[in-house]
Design a protein around this ligand. Sequence first.
Ligand SMILES: [Zn+2]
Length: 127
Amino acid sequence: MFSSRSTASDDVKLWLPRHKCRICGVEVEFAQVKVHYQTTHPEYAKWGRQLHTLMWLVLGSDVALIIVDALYLRSLSPILNEYIVPAYLGGTCFLLIGLHLRKLIAFRDAWDKTHHLLPNEKPTEES
Ligand SMILES: [Zn+2]
């Protein structure tokens, strides 16, 4: 028989997709991603919740604009329909993505400064 000490659950864990932490670079099981961010990077987790709320607000405003555009703005001017509404929708998406990337870089820089190691760096042996 097999003398391996790995159990069936260990074998399953090997096949599960893993997530690389965006801040410290540690690989985490997908089921543990939320726990990792909440315990290791609580400020980032808090920012994620704020971003989630902001995304729903922006999505709501986008949907409202689309409805108002379909019902009313189209009849006013074709410029509104062709340029301003798509620009608003694209601009809000671009703004959210940019805001998130900026915060992510700030959190990663702060992590690197406090831990003095880049995600791909491993401590070198000096002897
Ligand atoms: Zn991490």
